[in-house]
Design a protein. Structure first.
Length: 477
């Protein structure tokens, strides 16, 4: 693969602009290294120095998962970033060995062999490590406290970005290539309309999900404690409630509970444990009942699925692409947004590596590649969310119902078959396309069903139970 740090002769004198300084934006900047010798990241916030909260990322207080498919993409763009995350306090969690998970079809087994993994840490730490590594390259510069006000150019080619600084002054930053990675609040549809570009089709599926999160002090001896997850059953004809315990840096557990329309959690601290005890299994509530809370409850309601089909716009302008949440947002309960953003940034790198950022039709090729990265996560999320009561954005079709029954069968088989666990997590970890699930060997395994009897309780070990029980004794003592 092309060395991301080597600046080609074609890149000299080239300027790229990235709108948005979050994870997707920084990875886009990493993708452009060596393809432009002046990369400017336009960010409306003042970015923190280190793993600290920032105004423009209110969802950072909730569980964020970076699956192995996303980690591998980030590592391709930023060699050594995984080592840096771990050195900063993140954990590499093996899957399924390091996860206790209740699926709609039963408990997953913790097979001794690892199939995939995830990086467990706070969103603030995840972003800070990427930001620090990207900004080590002197070609990349952040223009802080500056807001993108529009695109410059024509309907056939973007030539820059119009920005407003902290002082209110408006100016134009000319560019040979522009990436919108500005997140859920992206104004690209309006910007393109102003240039005369035909609007993109879109779809929104909103189950009314509300997230509530709280930090706890981890019990002593919990350095290798598994991720714990209780999933909702989207086809149970009642609001979907779920929760995740994610070990994060600093000896803490981040616990995120969620509920769809009619079953939402509240921001009252006194309700948090009871909500988690009221899930399909009370294990999350039982585990945190022994722990010391570190602050109150954080609420987030910006959780709908929204996709803009930019790849379908017939006359897409040259030298402009959209990635990350600006292209598609997902119900966060599935944990795919960051991984899709990383894979989309890698797609930008791969398509631009040969002909550079000024290659004809590059933007259209990249936008198509981004759409392919988005599709698996989108289909997984929407294929579940359309079944929740009160969902807005469409009801399940006959095809949705047939597909859902097949997915149920896959999940049920996964609870008692290592082979199926491997195949299914290939897809959910975003390391394989969705079509993997209709390969002949997967169809056969689904037909045969699980090889082992279902588990009747969460697969925590005696040692893990003892760790949490010890925390309870310490609190009472």
């Amino acid at each position: 693969m092309t060395d991301p740090k080597r600046v080609s002769a074609d890149a000299r004198g080239r300027r790229a602009v990235v709108i948005g300084g979050g994870l997707a934006g920084m990875l886009a900047a990493a993708a452009l290294r060596g393809l432009a010798d002046d990369i400017r990241v336009i960010e409306s916030d003042a970015l923190p120095d280190g793993p600290l909260p920032r105004k423009g990322l209110p969802q950072a207080g909730h569980v964020h998962l970076l699956w192995s498919g996303g980690v591998r993409a980030a590592e391709s763009l930023l060699p050594g970033v995984t080592r840096r995350w771990l050195a900063a306090g993140a954990r590499r969690v093996p899957i399924p060995t390091g996860m206790v998970g209740l699926s709609p079809q039963g408990w997953f087994r913790r097979w001794r062999r690892e199939t995939h993994f995830l990086i467990a840490c706070s969103r603030d730490l995840l972003d800070a490590v990427v930001r620090e590594q990207v900004l080590e390259d002197r070609a990349v510069r952040v223009v802080e406290r500056t807001r993108a006000e529009g695109l410059v150019g024509t309907a056939t080619r973007v030539t820059g970005v119009r920005v407003r600084g902290e002082d209110g002054a408006v100016r134009v930053i000319e560019a040979d290539f522009v990436v919108d990675a500005s997140g859920r609040g992206s104004r690209t549809p309006r910007f393109l309309e102003e240039l005369g570009v035909a609007p993109a089709d879109g779809r929104t599926v909103d189950p009314g999900l509300v997230y509530a999160s709280r930090l706890f002090r981890a019990p002593a001896g919990a350095d290798t404690f598994p991720v714990v997850s209780v999933q909702a059953d989207a086809r149970a004809s009642r609001p979907g409630r779920s929760a995740v315990i994610l070990p994060v840096e600093g000896g803490r557990w981040l616990v995120t509970a969620s509920g769809t329309r009619g079953g939402e959690p509240t921001e009252r601290a006194e309700d948090f444990e009871d909500f988690n005890r009221g899930l399909r299994h009370p294990v999350v509530g039982e585990l945190i009942s022994h722990l010391e809370p570190l602050g109150g409850v954080t609420i987030n309601r910006s959780t709908l699925n929204r996709r803009r089909f930019f790849e379908r716009v017939r006359d897409w302008p040259e030298r402009f692409v959209v990635i990350g949440d600006a292209a598609a947002t997902f119900n966060p309960v599935y944990g795919h947004g960051m991984s899709v953003a990383a894979q989309s940034a890698l797609a930008l790198r791969e398509h631009a590596a040969d002909g550079g950022v000024t290659a004809p039709r590059l933007a259209r090729r990249v936008q198509g590649a981004v759409a392919r990265r988005v599709s698996a996560a989108w289909d997984l999320a929407v294929g579940q969310d359309v079944f929740y009561p009160g969902v807005r954005g469409g009801s399940p079709s006959r095809t949705d119902r047939v597909a859902a029954r097949y997915v149920d069968r896959l999940i049920k088989t996964s609870t008692g078959s290592f082979v199926m666990t491997k195949e299914f997590t290939d897809v959910t970890s975003l390391e394989a396309p969705l079509r993997t699930l209709v390969k002949p060997r997967v169809l056969l395994a689904a037909a045969l069903g699980p090889r082992q009897e279902p588990l009747g309780a969460p697969p925590l070990t005696e040692e893990e139970f003892a760790v949490v029980a010890g925390a309870g004794r310490g609190a009472r003592g």
